[in-house]
Design a protein around this ligand. Structure first.
Ligand SMILES: [Zn+2]
Length: 194
């Protein structure tokens, strides 16, 4: 196994053709891969832990990550339109579109080794690239993100597998959102770490 750090800079190849190439040692070429206008493969594979396996997704994992991107783009677009612009108008009395707020992914794909290190669930959707954790500055933002994702699911008539507002023991919030290729359960809840 090659130790490839996907954490910050490294992104998979522009063609996304073969993530398995990464495992074969082509990691230096794996740069700049966009899965959608605002999300790169590198962002969706970063981890807070360094493991020997390099946290390299398979082709299927990448397809699963790509399936999440339209949702994330929609979330970004709607959040900025509904909340950021409105807030600016309220504060300044003028519309200012110059700076959009990004959607920050703190965890996407996790290899079994990474998942174990971060204490992920045994059958976590992160293991197949079907889930992302979205950073939230607080519970209000988490609820707004969740509301947008729910509205999107209804409007698109598409189900998601999990929409969880999670809180750790330090009071930090994030939204865990998962879409599977099929058999999506629309599991929606708050999870509090004790
Ligand atoms: Zn998660």
């Amino acid at each position: 196994m090659v130790n490839v750090e996907l954490n910050k800079q490294a992104k998979l190849s522009p063609h996304l053709a073969s993530p398995s190439e990464a495992a074969l040692g082509h990691s230096s070429e794996l740069d700049g891969s966009r899965l959608s206008p605002h999300f790169s493969l590198g962002e969706l594979c970063k981890t807070s832990v360094n493991t020997l396996d390099g946290n390299i997704p398979s082709r299927e994992d990448v397809e699963n990550l790509k399936r999440l991107c339209p949702w994330l783009e929609e979330l970004r677009e709607r959040y900025n339109r509904q909340y950021v612009e409105t807030r600016r108008q309220g504060v300044q009395g003028v519309q200012d579109n110059t700076e959009e707020e990004p959607i920050i992914i703190t965890s996407g794909f996790r290899s079994p080794e990474v998942n174990k290190c971060v204490g992920g669930a045994y059958s976590s959707n992160h293991l197949t690239g079907c889930a992302v954790d979205i950073r939230c500055v607080g519970v209000e933002q988490a609820i707004r993100y969740a509301a947008i994702l729910l509205d999107t699911a209804d409007e698109w008539k598409q189900d998601y597998d999990e929409l969880l507002i999670e809180r750790n023991r330090h009071g930090r919030y994030w939204v865990h959102f998962a879409v599977r290729p099929k058999d999506n359960r629309r599991r929606t809840m708050f999870l509090n770490e004790k």
